[in-house]
Design a binder for this molecule. Structure first.
Ligand SMILES: C[S@@+](CC[C@H](N)C(=O)[O-])C[C@H]1O[C@@H](n2cnc3c(N)ncnc32)[C@H](O)[C@@H]1O
Length: 489
């Protein structure tokens, strides 16, 4: 705590008008938690300016009022959208990193086109696409590669970003010279037409190739990312993760890898590759750049669970413990409301509590659900970051018919351990029981996707002997049953 106070004092000296208080610290923690922008951890001056600009323009007196607005169930989401536009950095241009586009043209796209000859279907995702220059560059390249055969292909090319304002620009597809600076006059004339005020409009055949939608990469980690963000042949996620904490980068890259088809490709920005990625992806050295591929089979040493995130943020001013309600379960609201986010820094207790888990299991098996609940609560007081105990708390709540409490406890378990297969699975079953089909499907699909990385016969943690293969089979069955509801007589 002393160190954290010191940071505040130093920044205060550097930034005139900087009035740090616990509400500001809480705001900062929320911003980092929601956007992943750990970059702001030691940039109080910059963040303070940006936040202050927002609350001043709204006529609010300071951080406390702004915090309340962001947490407001009715107005909070809209303000988050404006704030995210304010604090993200959207620099981009066409054919950025020429070496990567050469690698795409000469190596990656020919590989993908050759292997998709039978289906003639290809799926591409530009994650963190800013004003669209990146996915549009890919669209131009694809047309060049496929030529007259393009109409025979089903090409899905999606651009996503957390910042709705840049997506609006992307949809308009009009660019100034700065974004087009790498294009020759010939290329400009071929792919663009002169637009208003010295701008250039991308030709409709390229523009029509790309669909844009808002998406926060962090939603890949808490199970709220839409199901259709899956089975990509190529993902570009360049110059987005540079702002994230290294542990968070690892988790997001692993999640992106899971969204690829086996053999699918991932391109990161030049500064972003990390030797640890090769524990779960193949590294392919191409002239001037490095690319990653999802292996056809999981790599032998790949750990199946997500890397825990311990970002080391200061706790919010009024955080309560155990965790406050977890992220919103709603399928319709991909990004959880502020007030429902867990605090950023759970107290660090490294080891799980196997003895307590066992005690809970024994009591529950005896039918003493009250005793099991009490044991869970006590265990969580000592070790609030034991994902397994949150899982048991959820199972007990479910057995007691408390669906909402069970759902929250499953989500806490998943917040602490995104790779907890049984928590995804049980959450899925619970949601289906509650009639939440889409969210239930998503949770089951998450469980199955993680279990794909495990050997068929490995027993799942807290799975009462259930193996990875049994879980995958069970999920398949559940999903088929949902897809074909029984015919009524
Ligand atoms: C520097 S631009 C990179 C644009 C493009 N990929 C490129 O390399 O030229 C980074 C983009 O990532 C987006 N971004 C930042 N955090 C994000 C998040 N958590 N989820 C999705 N997009 C995010 C920003 O809004 C910004 O538009």
């Amino acid at each position: 705590m002393a160190g954290y106070r010191l940071t505040v004092v130093l920044n205060a000296a550097e930034t005139p008008g900087f009035l740090p208080d616990l509400d500001y610290e809480r705001l900062k923690a929320l911003v980092i938690l929601r956007t992943g922008h750990h970059y702001y951890q030691d940039k109080d001056d910059l963040l303070w300016e940006r936040l202050r600009r927002r609350w001043r323009s709204l006529g609010l007196p300071g951080a406390a009022g702004y915090l309340a607005l962001l947490g407001d169930p009715l107005r909070g989401e809209a303000e988050w959208s404006v704030l995210e536009a304010e604090i993200t950095i959207g620099e981009t241009f066409f054919f950025r990193y020429a070496e990567q586009f050469v690698a795409l043209r000469d190596h990656i796209l020919p590989n993908l086109i050759a292997r998709a000859q039978a289906t003639r279907r290809l799926r591409f995702w530009s994650a963190g696409c800013a004003n669209g220059a990146e996915p549009y560059s890919l669209a131009i390249l694809l047309r060049e590669k496929l030529g007259d055969t393009l109409p025979d292909w089903r090409i899905h090319l999606i651009g996503t970003d957390i910042n709705e304002a840049v997506l609006e620009t992307a949809r308009r597809a009009e660019f100034g010279h700065w974004a087009l600076r790498t294009l020759t006059a010939e290329e400009l004339a071929r792919d663009f037409t002169p637009g208003r005020e010295g701008r250039w409009a991308l030709r409709p055949q390229h523009r029509g190739q790309v669909r844009f939608t808002r998406h926060n990469l962090l939603s890949l980690l808490d199970g709220t990312s839409p199901l259709q963000f899956n089975e990509f042949d190529l993902i570009l996620c360049r110059n987005v993760l540079i702002y994230f904490h290294p542990d968070m980068v690892q988790r997001v890259v692993r999640a992106l890898c899971d969204r690829l088809t086996p053999g699918g490709w991932l391109l990161l920005g030049h500064a972003e590759p990390n030797p640890t990625f090769q524990t779960f992806m193949e590294v392919v050295q191409l002239p001037g750049t490095v690319a990653y591929r999802r292996p056809m089979e999981p790599l032998p040493l790949a750990a199946a669970t997500a890397v825990p995130w311990q970002p080391g943020l200061p706790p919010p001013a009024s955080s309560t413990w155990p965790l406050p309600p977890p992220p919103s379960p709603s399928a319709a609201a991909p990004r959880p409301a502020v007030a429902r986010r867990p605090p950023p820094t759970p107290p660090r207790v490294a080891a799980p509590s196997p003895g307590v888990r066992e005690a809970v299991r024994v009591l529950a098996n005896r039918g003493d659900l009250g005793g099991a609940r009490q044991a869970c609560q006590q265990g969580l007081q000592n070790n609030p970051v034991d994902a397994g105990l949150h899982f048991y708390a959820a199972m007990v709540a479910r057995a007691l018919g408390e669906a909402a409490a069970a759902e929250q406890a499953f989500r806490r378990a998943l917040y602490l351990d995104g790779g907890f297969v049984m928590a995804h699975y049980q959450l899925g079953l619970l949601l289906l029981d509650q009639g939440q089909r889409e969210a239930g499907r998503r949770a089951l699909a998450n469980a199955s996707r993680i279990a794909q990385h495990l050997p068929d016969r490995s027993a799942l943690e807290e799975g009462d002997g259930m193996t990875a293969k049994e879980l995958r089979d069970s999920v398949r069955l559940q999903l088929e049953t949902i897809a074909t509801p029984p015919v009524r007589s």
